[in-house]
Write a protein that binds this ligand. Structure first.
Ligand code: SAM
Length: 331
């Protein structure tokens, strides 16, 4: 007898969806210039936040449908109280093979050891600069010291790999790419450079710069060669240093979009499932969770939500389209 086929979520364009980004809060302690609009006050009501039990139920349903990778994000996920408990419970769910976290690292120093012990494998940290004033300008707070402390605590706790995500901004941090690369190579971190996306008012007002403007410099300086490294199933294209010891990733949602291989959906803290960062298609899962839906009904709802996933974003054709910003969707 043939074994039963592995469960699989597939959208109407034939893309396999095996990656869930899960926002555990829409609050953040930073105010990055490209993310949250100034004076924003439209946060989700605490009564609408999915509880840990509700989150675990949704993730278990996704896992039964073949979603093996889960990333906790936000807002700033470490602001959600008792996050370590959630990490432990999600890591133990059958089918969840890869549990990771995106964080700004301001709170990481005090949680790194417990996160690792709870089953967190790897982290991505947002860090746009190694210059204290530049970080304060971009993030709205003098916080570089706390971030570096957090990253080094994660390294000491044995969390690996640690990827540093740098959003490139013309005239703000583009002169720092070599310095960032040297820092990452010296510490064994993986640097990933990201093109700013026109999401929300703040994203649209960012000083966009194509990664093509800096990649040749890095290629020359570090002898980079394209490599076929698969590091987490995301859209980064990796290049390796001449000695093969370090990698730098380039994420180009604008100049070379990767929608054809998009494998992810995003669950916001209020249970809204967003099917694309750059489109409005969504599906509300909270009513099902609170109205007594069975597991089979929940799985059927997820399957029909996946049918809504659009073909591609329209950041270039319609840059004014997306009003919600990254921290609301679950970046
Ligand atoms: N607070 C966590 C963190 O800092 O990683 C998770 C949430 S944050 C919204 C996730 C990522 O989104 C960060 O790396 C941030 O730089 C990125 N981001 C936010 N707005 C963006 C934009 N308009 N374009 C590109 N990246 C953006």
């Amino acid at each position: 007898m043939n074994p039963a086929p592995a469960p699989c979520l597939q959208d109407r364009f034939g893309r396999r969806i095996d990656y869930l980004r899960l926002s555990v809060t829409d609050r953040c302690d930073l105010r990055c210039s490209y993310c949250r609009p100034k004076n924003f006050d439209g946060y989700a009501e605490p009564a609408d936040w999915l509880s840990f039990a509700e989150i675990e139920r949704v993730v278990a349903a996704f896992a039964r449908l073949g979603v093996a990778r889960v990333r906790l994000t936000g807002g700033e996920p470490l602001l959600r109280r008792n996050l370590v408990d959630l990490v432990g419970n999600l890591a133990a769910l059958p089918g969840v093979q890869d549990l990771s976290l995106s964080t700004n690292a301001t709170q990481l120093a005090k949680h790194a050891v417990a996160l690792k012990a709870a089953g967190l494998r790897r982290i991505n940290v947002s860090l746009d600069s190694l210059d204290r004033d530049c970080v304060a300008q971009v993030c709205g707070r003098d916080t570089l010291g706390a971030i570096l402390e957090g990253i080094l605590a994660a390294k000491a706790a044995g969390i690996a790999p640690i990827k540093l995500n740098m959003v490139l901004m013309k005239g703000i941090n583009d002169h720092e790419v070599e310095h960032m690369a040297e820092f990452c190579i010296a510490h064994g971190f993986i640097l990933r450079m990201i093109e700013a996306m026109p999401i929300g008012e703040a994203g649209r007002n960012t000083h966009f710069l194509s990664l093509e403007a800096v990649r040749p410099r890095l290629v020359e300086r570090f002898g980079l060669q394209p490599c076929s490294l698969e590091l987490g199933g995301g859209p980064a294209r990796y290049w390796a240093t001449a000695d093969g010891q370090a990698q730098i990733g380039f994420i180009t949602p604008i100049t070379q979009h990767f929608c054809a291989t998009c494998n992810r959906v995003r669950l916001a803290v209020d249970g809204t499932l967003y099917l694309c960062l750059g489109q409005e298609e969504r599906f509300e899962l909270r009513p099902l969770l609170r109205d007594g839906a069975s597991d089979a009904e929940l799985e059927a709802a997820i399957r029909s939500a996946i049918e809504l996933k659009p073909n591609k974003h329209e950041f270039i054709e319609a840059p004014g389209q997306i009003m919600r910003f990254m921290s609301q969707t679950g970046g």
